[in-house]
Write a protein that binds this ligand. Structure first.
Ligand SMILES: [Zn+2]
Length: 163
């Protein structure tokens, strides 16, 4: 039994974004930012014609786009019980535990379908978006994706899913 995986970790797979997370109980961070960095690993069978698992050029391009989509914005969770995000025209109102906290221009926000903007949830979100793009392209031999999102030097989360 043999297996292959390809790994992409590039200096341009970064996104500099603001966020804040909630903790258990009533704790909640203040707004701050990170220079996030993504590393992706794809496992799968070899393409019998090309002898690779997945085209590096395509993978790098898709990952760059996914990072660009959430670069230079405020990352906000849409599925939080405590952080409520309300869009009114061009404005995003954010409250925490029922108290108004921030108002942002909508163009400066990424409204994400996750419960908290932890690196774990961002990694899962990026994996889902990558898989959707791989499916669209027709990458049927992919058997697993592993996504690492680093929010600080030596501080990252890894999400892995098998198909
Ligand atoms: Zn943070």
């Amino acid at each position: 039994m043999e297996s292959y995986k390809v790994i992409v970790t590039k200096d341009y797979l970064v996104f500099s974004s603001a966020h804040f997370i909630t903790f258990a109980g009533h704790r909640c961070e203040g707004l701050h930012g990170h220079n996030y960095r993504a590393t992706v690993t794809i496992e799968g069978a070899l393409d019998p014609n090309a002898w690779f698992v997945f085209d590096f050029v395509v993978l790098k391009k898709v990952m760059k786009q996914l990072c660009d989509d959430i670069d230079h914005v405020v990352l906000l969770p849409l599925e939080s019980d405590r952080i409520k995000v309300a869009v009114e025209g061009d404005i995003v109102n954010v409250s925490v535990d029922g108290k108004p906290r921030y108002v942002f221009p909508k163009k400066d926000c990424a409204l994400l379908p996750i419960p908290n903007t932890t690196v774990e949830m961002i990694a899962r979100l990026l994996t889902g978006r990558l898989k959707a793009e791989i499916d669209r392209i027709g990458g049927t031999r992919v058997t697993a994706i592993e996504m690492e999102v680093e929010e600080n030097f030596g501080q990252s989360a890894v999400y892995r899913v098998t198909y």
